[in-house]
Design a protein around this ligand. Structure first.
Ligand code: 6PG
Length: 244
C-alpha cells in the first residue's frame, strides 16, 4: 500500500466526483493506447454515486464507452434484476444511461446452481477478452474495489478460503457472515491490474481505513491489495480519512 496515490475529498459527493475523474482519465488513456479498455466494476453502495457522476457527464465527457469491455469484481447470488445485485446497481446508475456496447458487458452469474462452474466460465471469458501480462494473468486496465467495515474487498471476506487462492482468478464461496454465496475475483487477478481504484467513504470506515491504509494490517483482506506493477488509487472522503 506504500506507494498508493491517496486522494481525500471533503465530502462523499466530492469523492464520488473525484473517483469519476480518475475513472475517465484511466479509461481515456487506455483506449487511446490500445483502442480498448478492460474494466471491472465494484459493487455495494459507495460506487453508485460515482456511476451516477459518469452517467451525468455523458454529454460533456465524450468517453469512449463503446470501447470498454466491462466486467464485475464480485456479485451476490441473486438474479440480475434483484435490487441486491451489483449488476442491477450498475445498470440502473450507469449502464442504462450510456452508449455502452452491451455485447461487451459481462455480468457474473453468481446465482448459478453450480457457482464453481459459473466462476470458471467467467474466468475463461476474462482470459479470452483481457490481455495477459508476462505472468499469464489477465491485466485489467482498471479494477474498481470497495472496503467493507470488516476489511473485506470485492467478496473476499476475513476467514475466506479464497484469500489464499493462487490458481483461480474468479471463484465462488459461501460467506458464513452473510449466510449466502458470493462470486469474486481473487487477489492474483486483482493485483495483476494496471490500475486499482479503491473507494472508501463515510465515518464508519475511518478505523478500518486506518488499519488497511496506514497500519497495513495483513489480517484484513483489503490489506492484500498490492498491485504487482500497477498503480493503486485510493479515493476517500474526509470522514473516512480522518484517522489516516
Ligand atoms: C459488495 C462489494 C463489497 C463492497 C464493500 C463496501 O458486493 O458489497 O463488492 O466489496 O465494496 O462491502 O460496501 P459499501 O460501498 O456498501 O460500503
Amino acid at each position: 500500500m506504500s506507494d498508493a496515490a491517496i486522494l481525500v475529498e471533503p465530502t462523499a459527493e466530492a469523492a464520488a466526483r473525484r473517483a469519476a475523474e480518475v475513472f475517465k482519465s484511466l479509461v481515456t488513456a487506455a483506449v487511446s493506447e490500445n483502442q480498448v479498455c478492460h474494466v471491472a466494476l465494484s459493487g455495494g453502495t459507495t460506487p453508485r454515486s460515482t456511476f451516477q457522476c459518469l452517467a451525468a457527464g455523458i454529454v460533456t465527457d465524450n468517453l469512449p464507452w463503446g470501447e470498454i469491455e466491462l466486467f464485475f469484481g464480485d456479485e451476490r447470488d441473486v438474479p440480475h434484476d434483484d435490487v441486491e445485485s451489483n449488476y442491477h446497481m450498475a445498470q440502473r446508475a450507469l449502464l442504462d444511461h450510456i452508449p455502452i456496447n452491451w455485447s461487451r458487458v459481462h455480468p457474473m452469474q453468481a446465482d448459478a446452481e453450480d457457482i464453481d462452474a459459473a466462476a470458471a466460465e467467467y474466468e475463461q471469458t476474462i482470459r479470452r477478452q483481457v490481455p495477459a501480462g508476462a505472468d499469464g494473468v489477465p491485466r485489467f486496465d482498471l479494477m474498481m474495489l470497495g472496503l467493507g467495515g470488516d476489511g473485506h474487498t470485492a467478496s473476499l471476506f476475513p476467514g475466506s478460503p479464497l484469500l489464499d487462492e493462487k490458481r483461480r482468478l474468479v471463484a465462488g464461496a459461501f460467506v458464513p457472515v452473510l449466510g449466502r454465496r458470493r462470486m469474486s475475483v481473487t487477489f492474483p487477478l486483482i493485483n495483476a491490474s494496471r490500475n486499482i481504484l479503491l473507494q472508501v467513504t463515510g465515518d464508519d470506515k475511518a478505523e478500518i481505513a486506518r488499519r488497511v491504509l496506514t497500519e497495513h494490517d495483513l489480517t484484513l483482506p483489503a490489506a492484500h491489495i498490492q498491485p504487482t506493477d500497477g498503480q493503486l488509487h485510493v479515493v476517500l472522503d474526509q470522514a473516512a480519512a480522518r484517522l489516516l
